[in-house]
Design a protein around this ligand. Structure first.
Ligand SMILES: Nc1ncnc2c1ncn2[C@@H]1O[C@H](COP(=O)(O)OP(=O)(O)OP(=O)(O)O)[C@@H](O)[C@H]1O
Length: 720
């Protein structure tokens, strides 16, 4: 019972009262009161910090001695030490103070966690960016293995992360924040900062490949950190506060204590919790020590013991190591093997076209050539290559049973409308996507074919210019070339020579010192092509290399590609420019819905599928009657149709006639003035027209199964 001081100069700090009658309301209603049982009271004055435990201890000694045999009583006593008294005082009498301190510490921990959630995410999005823009794939092709890539990134990010950590520690040291500054707390908080980075980068790397763009990756990383951190810290703090207001003998206290233990066990799996909770623990420990020091106890508590920081630090180290090991283990090779296994055992793939009776004769001949192994001078072979994307409600066959062989010194053009499957084919060729079926083989230096897919692929013979420039916006053109030269293993003293040769070759000298962020689209494409040529590849994959280039630059690029072909490089090129394919490709194929519709040399394709002529007529006036002109053309050349009309220019498709070009010339020349013609031209149907006609079968879903030959025969008016 508390005792009032009553304003005395020498206050009494406590006392005892014995033999008090028990008050009526305290009697037990079930067990009748024993009239002989009297109440004793211990009095204390709260101004004396030790008065309660001291007087309580004396009372305990009275009881002890009263109950001991009289001759023994002096031999026994109950002792209380100053520490236990102070701890008792701290835990029980200063509880409201400690609670408010814990609340403040929780808020501080959450604020620091929020800051570090953003910091760590801003470091990790770099790998997402490289994954997204294809730079990671390009580095693999250039020679960096999965393990090397992740380990180097991890070490680099961790070293860079030490800069904000150093700033935080310096701030703590400058302002001497006692909770984190006093010995050994500065060491503890430094370890918490470092291990938070260690554990967070690892799990962020683990899911880096799942994001569609770096922006969404950044938001997701920060949200995950904050969501887990805030929820775990607040829920454990709430249980802690509830425990603190309960009596230890209360049954609720026990169940709360069990819940608290379980929550801590679960939350230790998350670095965000370990980081925040570790800070709270440290700050709380410091507050208790500050309180103890008021009573002269300056003994330091070991904050690294398991119950304070030890577990938090250990858990973060384990999380980081496990996630990093998983990241190293789950590489493209393992994913490829796993996917292949799942596909083989679980997923029923839709039937892909094989031995299609309607397959074009040239496509069939190429398939038979590759499958039979005859006339085998190929450097690269695709055998039954198929890619199926499994969507929620349907499966999409994007590349369908593609068989092809490309010899050295050939530039093979892969044509097709948007979505025909060209880039997907390239992705399979470079290992970015795994084929659902089929195989890709490359001839090695010993002259034998070896699989490109799977583990330990040797990409040294490949050069790849992706459709989207895989450039680092912070590096200059020259730095890019240096970087990829080093990855390719070019000796240090030759790197400058190689880089300058390529800068000259692609006319990039004037841009070599500019960062690529300031490059125009065409210049970026030139640099991407230069990077593909760094290792003098024997197989060059170019995905729309000239897109965005002006005609002059384009022609220069064609010259560069032609030189590569002359040097016996096997080039695979995709382009939407027929002019480019006509200029470069020794052989080409047109893809429709993932399948080859035709294959062969340019002239072969034009003469097989481009029957007829294109007549371009320029009229004197655009108000002239076009229908009369069309009627005139159709009356002399049946099945002629008007293809296009732009202002005074009209374009007709004229089927092959008995008299050929001479007849068309004769007729138009004779009637030039009657028909108000200024001038006209007659040409063989171009590759553009062949392409457009094939493209129409992709646009028109009803024609999906129709092969090219049938189209030629069915609709001569529309060309094919
Ligand atoms: N990851 C993916 N998941 C599902 N479908 C995909 C995926 N990637 C591509 N596709 C689909 O595969 C088809 C072929 O795409 P691809 O990029 O290979 O076409 P493309 O011929 O290269 O077109 P473009 O000329 O526009 O580059 C498209 O319909 C596309 O929507």
């Amino acid at each position: 019972q508390q005792q009032k001081n009553c304003g005395h100069r020498n206050p009494r700090y406590g006392g005892w009262s014995f033999g008090i009658q028990r008050p009526a309301e305290k009697t037990d209603p079930i067990a009748p009161p024993n009239p002989n049982l009297k109440l004793s009271k211990v009095w204390y004055n709260k101004e004396g910090p030790h008065s309660l435990p001291a007087f309580l201890n004396s009372f305990s000694n009275f009881l002890l001695r009263v109950n001991l045999p009289s001759n023994d009583s002096s031999q026994y006593k109950i002792k209380s030490s100053i520490i236990s008294i102070l701890t008792y005082h701290l835990k029980n009498l200063s509880l409201p103070f400690l609670r408010s301190v814990t609340l403040v510490n929780t808020l501080v921990a959450l604020s620091v966690l929020a800051g570090y959630s953003i910091t760590t995410a801003s470091f990790a999005i770099y790998v997402v960016k490289e994954h997204h823009n294809g730079a990671k794939r390009l580095q693999h092709i250039a020679g960096i293995g999965e393990t090397c890539y992740w380990v180097i990134n991890f070490i680099y990010d961790l070293l860079m992360y030490l800069i904000p950590v150093a700033f935080s520690i310096a701030t703590i040291a400058i302002f001497k924040l006692p909770a984190f500054y006093n010995y050994p707390n500065l060491g503890g908080i430094s370890l918490l900062f470092i291990l938070f980075g260690y554990s967070t980068f690892s799990w962020m790397y683990l899911i880096a490949g799942t994001f569609s763009n770096p922006g969404s990756a950044f938001i997701t990383y920060v949200c995950i950190n904050l969501f887990i951190g805030i929820n775990s810290i607040i829920s454990s703090s709430v249980v802690y506060f509830l425990m603190a207001i309960k009596d230890k003998t209360d049954s609720d206290y026990q169940s709360l204590s069990n819940t608290y233990g379980i929550l801590l066990g679960i939350f230790k799996m998350f670095p965000q919790f370990c980081f925040g909770y570790g800070m709270i623990q440290m700050a709380q420990q410091q507050t208790e020590q500050d309180q103890l020091s008021i009573f002269g106890n300056t003994e330091k508590v070991d904050i690294f013991q398991m119950s304070i920081l030890g577990w938090m630090l250990t858990a973060m180290f384990i999380q980081g190591t496990v996630c990093l090991l998983l990241r190293l283990l789950i590489n493209d090779g393992i994913i490829y093997s796993f996917k292949s296994f799942i596909k083989r055992t679980c997923i029923k793939s839709p039937p892909v076209v094989s031995n299609d009776p309607e397959e074009d004769e040239d496509v069939k001949a190429e398939r038979e050539r590759v499958e039979s192994g005859r006339i085998n001078t190929d450097l690269l072979q695709l055998q039954g290559l198929t890619k199926i994307y499994h969507h929620v409600n349907k499966n999409m066959v994007v590349v369908n049973n593609m068989t092809l062989g490309i010899p050295a010194g050939e530039c093979f053009g892969l044509l097709g409308v948007n979505g025909a499957g060209k880039t997907t084919t390239f992705k399979m060729l470079t290992g970015e996507a795994s084929p659902s079926k089929g195989n890709i083989q490359v001839r090695n230096s010993a002259g034998n074919f070896e699989d490109v897919l799977g583990f330990n692929t040797d990409w040294s013979s490949f050069g790849y210019c992706p459709q989207e420039d895989a450039l680092d916006e912070l590096l200059t053109g020259e730095e890019h070339l240096y970087f990829y030269s080093r990855i390719q293993g070019i000796p240090e003293k030759k790197i400058k020579e190689v880089s300058f040769r390529l800068l000259h070759k692609l006319q990039l000298m004037q841009h070599k010192d500019q960062v690529t962020a300031s490059y125009s689209c065409g210049t970026r494409r030139k640099l991407s092509t230069a990077l593909a040529l760094v290792g003098r590849p024997s197989i060059l994959l170019l995905d729309e290399p000239s897109s965005g280039m002006d005609p002059k630059t384009k022609r220069h690029l064609w010259k560069v590609i032609s030189e590569q072909v002359k040097e016996k490089c096997a080039v695979v090129l995709t382009s939407h420019s027929m002019e480019e394919c006509e200029a470069l490709c020794t052989r080409l194929a047109i893809m429709v819905k993932g399948q080859f519709q035709c294959i062969g040399s340019l002239q072969h394709i034009k003469s097989r599928f481009g029957s007829g002529f294109t007549v371009k007529i320029h009229l004197k006036d655009y108000t002239l009657d076009i229908e009369a002109l069309s009627g005139f053309m159709q009356s002399h050349f049946p099945n002629t149709y008007l293809k296009e009309q732009h202002f005074t220019m009209v374009e007709y498709h004229v089927p092959v006639t008995a008299g050929g070009v001479a007849d068309i010339f004769d007729l138009l020349e004779t009637n030039k003035s009657n028909l108000n013609i200024i001038h006209f031209s007659v040409s063989q149907t171009t590759l553009d027209e062949v392409f457009i006609n094939f493209a129409q079968s992709q646009m028109n879903p009803d024609n999906s199964s129709t092969n090219s030959q049938q189209l030629v025969q069915r609709d001569p008016v529309r060309g094919l």
